[in-house]
Design a protein. Structure first.
Length: 364
């Protein structure tokens, strides 16, 4: 028999009704701006997004579990929860495919605008769930790419020689202390080591880039999905960027479904309930797209950039700084690459590229 608890769930978590309402437990939906966790006086499980920070909050012992529908963890004060005996869980890795697609579409945008070329060298900082995917894809597609992660896998020893890279993509957690902190990793010294007319893509955490240092220089441009003081966006940083999106890199429909699914599984595990049936959502969409253009792009760029941008173009998610939270909370989840069905026959050499991206064709 499952423990009788009340579920407190952020109202902006997608697909929460698909999963949590099947448990038959009392549910209270909340707005993250108004939610006072200290007022809970019954056994409870609280399901949050990364927008709700637990630091400096009086969290009562009646809260049994805080379950975050996120891969980032810096919004949860884990030390404090451990001291109070409150368990916590995350949807670790669930949005990795979507963030990888965001990076690939951003690369496609830069290639299309002739700001980078297939001959340029790239650096991936961080080789976890997302960074390893981006690195592997680019290697498999014939790009010259290095990886740096002192905790995992690196092809270089340090970050001294940054001027050899046309583009650097950041995929690190936010770490304040220790031997390899990432907080303000991209500061004035980092930027000075980069070359002219180079790019950074930051889809990791806002604090990794020191925004006040970034806006003081002109030689490096950035595509940023994350910001230091969300939801309060530094307008000078925003104006200095090549492109900004409102922290939605991991928000494809399929990824958000899987993130909520993982949170649901974490709740089941805590309650010692077995998942009776695997919940699915039919998300595949047919796409009438030029076979010739796909093949021409792969031949020219090593990537089907026009197809990437047809599925998802980051420019469509530009926003005004004052509208950050509204835009993010009301985001109409984009389709992921794995939701696309081209329904066309491709030669074997092109087929393998599309299969790696989980794009369906007549052969899949």
């Amino acid at each position: 028999m499952a423990k009788e608890v009340t579920l407190y769930i952020d109202q902006n978590i997608p697909y929460s009704d698909v999963f949590f309402e099947s448990l038959g437990l009392p549910i209270s939906y909340f707005n993250d701006q108004d939610f006072d966790i200290s007022s809970i006086n019954e056994d409870a499980i609280v399901v949050i997004r990364s927008t709700y920070k637990t630091h400096n909050r009086d969290i009562p012992a009646k809260v049994n579990l805080i379950c975050s529908v996120s891969t980032g963890e810096d919004h949860v004060d884990k030390d404090h929860l451990q001291q109070k005996g409150i368990e916590y869980a995350f949807s670790t890795g669930a949005n990795a495919p979507a963030v990888t697609e965001y990076v690939l579409s951003s690369l496609a945008l830069l290639l299309k605008d002739k700001l980078i070329t297939p001959e340029d060298k790239f650096l991936i900082i961080g080789h976890g769930n997302i960074g390893s995917r981006v690195y592997t894809f680019l290697k498999n597609f014939g790009y010259s790419v290095d990886a740096y992660d002192p905790f995992s896998f690196s092809t270089i020893d340090n970050l001294d020689l940054l001027d050899q890279y046309k583009l650097i993509s950041l995929h690190v957690p936010l770490i304040h202390d220790g031997e390899h902190p990432t907080y303000n990793l991209v500061d004035s010294k980092f930027l000075e080591r980069m070359g002219n007319s180079t790019f950074i893509i930051n889809s990791s955490r806002g604090g990794v880039v020191k925004e006040k240092d970034f806006i003081r220089q002109k030689k490096v441009r950035i595509i940023s999905d994350v910001f230091e003081n969300e939801p309060n966006i530094n307008k000078n940083f925003y104006n200095s960027a090549y492109l900004c999106t409102p922290h939605i890199a991991g928000h494809s429909q399929s990824a958000r479904f899987e993130m909520t699914h993982m949170a649901y599984q974490n709740v089941l595990r805590f309650l010692n309930i077995k998942e009776k049936e695997q919940k699915t959502l039919s998300l595949t969409r047919g796409l009438d797209f030029s076979k010739q253009l796909v093949e021409d792009d792969i031949t020219k760029y090593g990537l089907p950039i026009s197809l990437f941008l047809n599925i998802y173009n980051p420019k469509k998610d530009c926003f005004s700084p004052e509208d950050f939270k509204i835009k993010r909370d009301s985001y109409n989840n984009r389709i992921g690459y794995n939701q696309v069905d081209l329904s066309k026959n491709f030669d074997r050499k092109f087929e393998k590229f599309l299969r790696q991206l989980n794009i369906k064709t007549s052969y899949n």
